[in-house]
Design a protein around this ligand. Sequence first.
Ligand SMILES: NC(=O)C1=CN([C@@H]2O[C@H](COP(=O)(O)OP(=O)(O)OC[C@H]3O[C@@H](n4cnc5c(N)ncnc54)[C@H](OP(=O)(O)O)[C@@H]3O)[C@@H](O)[C@H]2O)[C@@H](O)CC1
Ligand SMILES: Nc1ncnc2c1ncn2[C@@H]1O[C@H](COP(=O)(O)OP(=O)(O)O)[C@@H](O)[C@H]1O
Ligand SMILES: [K+]
Length: 476
Amino acid sequence: MRTAYRVETVRTAERELMARLPEGALMQRAAAGLAAACADLLGRVYGSRVVLLIGSGDNGGDALYAGARLAKRGAGVTAVLLNPDRTHPGGLRALRRVGGTVVPPHRADHALQRAHVVVDGIVGIGGKGGLRPDAAPLAELAAASGAAVVAVDLPSGIEADTGEVRGAAVRADLTVTFGTHKPGLLIDPAREYAGSVRLVDIGLTLPADPDVEALQHADVAALLPHPAAESDKYRRGVVGIAAGSTRYPGAAVLAVSGALRGGAGAVRYVGPAGDAVIARFPETLVSDRGPKHAGRVQAWVVGPGAGDDAEPVAEVLAADVPVLLDADGLRLADRDAVRARTAPTLMTPHAGEAAALLGTSREEVEGARLTAVRDLARSYDATVLLKGSTTLVSGPDGGTVRVNPTGTAWLATAGSGDVLSGLSGSLLAAGLSALDAGSVAAYLHGLAGRYAADGAPAGAHDVAEAIPAAWRDIRA
Ligand SMILES: NC(=O)C1=CN([C@@H]2O[C@H](COP(=O)(O)OP(=O)(O)OC[C@H]3O[C@@H](n4cnc5c(N)ncnc54)[C@H](OP(=O)(O)O)[C@@H]3O)[C@@H](O)[C@H]2O)[C@@H](O)CC1
Ligand SMILES: Nc1ncnc2c1ncn2[C@@H]1O[C@H](COP(=O)(O)OP(=O)(O)O)[C@@H](O)[C@H]1O
Ligand SMILES: [K+]
């Protein structure tokens, strides 16, 4: 599991550790990790040119000490001091001692144009809001320089706790972060500013419950359902799919295509697109009567391409089994009915649907995903999977939020959300909790999207067909 903690928690852990260590020891650990990452990027340190962008806090201190280590190994190091009077004194002394040079911001351009690596030590976890006007032009010059940009702890200007970007921010190729990931390094839009992320262990002891966590292969492998010797199709779970319409029969086919690959023993389809479903997937149990008359299921998926009929949604919400609400199902579900349920509910909106439910704009949701997913989960007392460039899954209490690490923009293709809803519903029927079903489905779906696309456009049906390969790789 990859975990991320908010600034307040990091500060507490740092204080506890610092009290037990000689002064400055933590910063030296951070600087050593940072210098090693820069050296890896440079390949050859001797003769290279490194520019440090230095703000007035400890983030600048890390950068200065790392710069001193690189200068000792023969790099030409220039520090651009945004605020010379408040620069970390020890770091500056260390750099000067080994021959590093110092320039004011208005003379940064020349050094930046010749740099191989630019180290962003403007601001770290002490930052608030976008870069200030004196710092913003340096971020632009760094981006234009063609040098590799290495962010110290996090790209200056992003919100560490939420992943929001509220103004100018540094765009890094690599972020070297200390002690733990911060939520903003895993969640768009900030994640995109971080480039690849390297974690340097500085010995922090962190609490058991992170703010954000990302499943890894081993975590998902442990959660995937696996038939036992005594399994039969009913014991493996039956998933009911109430989706599609005469106008959108394809949504039903795609939801079923995902459900068939999600571990349930049988897929029951209810709705007007039965012929299309059977033509493609003859193994589906089809009925054109409402969910109430469809026979037993262990979980329902309702909504993809379903149109305006609220009746199936209400029927499904009244059933005492886990329910997944997607697309039209989200719009048609009565909030009080969802809140009153005792069995789990999993809602899977994209940003536009989440915005409609929250009474805000799509841009607002996309800019503050973590807040949006938590607000929606609390408001419906349900588990919410917010789709998009970073897929997040929050339980009803809005506690630890799961972030999916496997997504790919190739998934932004019509119908791929329908595949995800079927897949998630199938995992629910197989017995996973709503949080696990949503996050495991997103993980498989993201991997399947990568395999299906493999660098070229793929359709939603290709994504569904690639799910078994993703599953096998995870279990391997
Ligand atoms: N604690 C530890 O044990 C360890 C900490 N470590 C390191 O320390 C970092 C935290 O250091 P920190 O607390 O000194 O804060 P930091 O991020 O440098 O920023 C404060 C400065 O930024 C300024 N500023 C604020 N917002 C701004 C903006 N939008 N745009 C521009 N400037 C802005 C603000 O200005 P002020 O408001 O004071 O005028 C203040 O001067 C942490 O990220 C990690 O790198 C590691 O060494 C490991 C051990
Ligand atoms: N930029 C992106 N990066 C990664 N995944 C994305 C991106 N855009 C969309 N997706 C994924 O693609 C799927 C699209 O689902 P959805 O918006 O419901 O589309 P549809 O309704 O056409 O099926 C979701 O799984 C979503 O997370
Ligand atoms: K930084």
